[in-house]
Unconditional design. Structure first.
Length: 279
């Protein structure tokens, strides 16, 4: 009787949510197809290792795999552009890391202080209201007293990432995660004009093309080792750390992923609960 009851519930669910179920199935098939294709290109490709815990899409898994291959030194991170919903370092906090978030929005900072209160109280996370620009980036980082060779720097400030990275001297991260504008595939080199007061208008005028990021970061000793499947974030590591642990091809042309907004609609099996952040 109980079994029949649950079967009827499932039948009702699938009948009323048939379109959503079919959409999720189609999206997951597309996701699996892309992962298989990227693995076939090079079995050291990072995309097949992607998964989501607290990140926007698959960044958590890719970052996890990068440090599985190169190891950690201090388990310290710095993230520009923290977000109360998605970010690239909350999963690291859950794994025992510590670090700093810099966010320009006072509203977001206040929300973060409430949502991450225990982690902040325990000293694992520090959050500051800061607007990072090319002219103040080194001064602001110096005031944080971070390890010069922190394991991870993540940037998502919706515009001036290239200019901030070009001026960065205070720290030398082992790994850099930076948002790129997938509107411009390699070999196109494009970036917005520098404006310290730039505010993203939720259109396609933001950031920098992948090719230009690769060109510039190469001058600082970094190589491109992958992009996430959604075509949002690129992953760079110090050249000396690559060895034989990543694809030999480190070009933007090889690693570029187009923007796949549809895949952002893939649902996790369960809704995320903020209680995990304070247990």
């Amino acid at each position: 009787m109980i079994k029949n009851f649950f079967n009827r519930i499932l039948q009702f669910y699938y009948s009323t949510n048939k379109k959503e179920v079919l959409l999720q199935s189609k999206l997951r098939q597309e996701l699996d197809s892309i992962k298989k294709r990227e693995f076939k290109k090079d079995n050291k490709n990072l995309i097949p290792f992607g998964f989501k815990v607290f990140s926007q899409t698959d960044e958590d898994g890719i970052i996890n795999e990068i440090f599985h291959r190169i190891g950690t030194t201090n388990k310290q991170f710095l993230e520009f552009g923290a977000n109360t919903r998605f970010n690239n370092t909350t999963y690291l906090l859950m794994k025992g890391w510590d670090g700093v978030w810099l966010e320009s929005s006072e509203k977001k900072v206040n929300n973060i202080k409430k949502k991450y209160s225990l982690l902040i109280k325990n000293g694992k996370l520090k959050i500051y209201k800061k607007t990072i620009t090319a002219s103040n980036v080194n001064k602001e980082i110096k005031s944080l007293n971070l390890n010069k060779f922190i394991d991870l720097l993540s940037l998502d400030i919706d515009g001036n990432e290239l200019y901030v990275l070009n001026k960065l001297k205070t720290i030398s991260p082992r790994v850099i995660v930076v948002e790129y504008n997938a509107k411009f595939p390699p070999p196109i080199r494009k970036s917005i004009k520098y404006d310290p007061k730039f505010i993203w208008k939720y259109d396609d005028y933001f950031g920098t093309s992948l090719q230009l990021l690769e060109d510039n970061l190469k001058n600082f000793g970094y190589v491109l080792v992958g992009c996430n499947i959604l075509g949002v974030n690129a992953f760079f590591i110090k050249k000396k750390l690559v060895q034989n642990k990543f694809p030999k091809n480190t070009t933007a042309k090889f690693h570029y992923q187009k923007f796949r907004s549809g895949l952002n609609n893939i649902r996790s099996s369960h809704l995320s609960n903020d209680k995990w952040l304070n247990d």
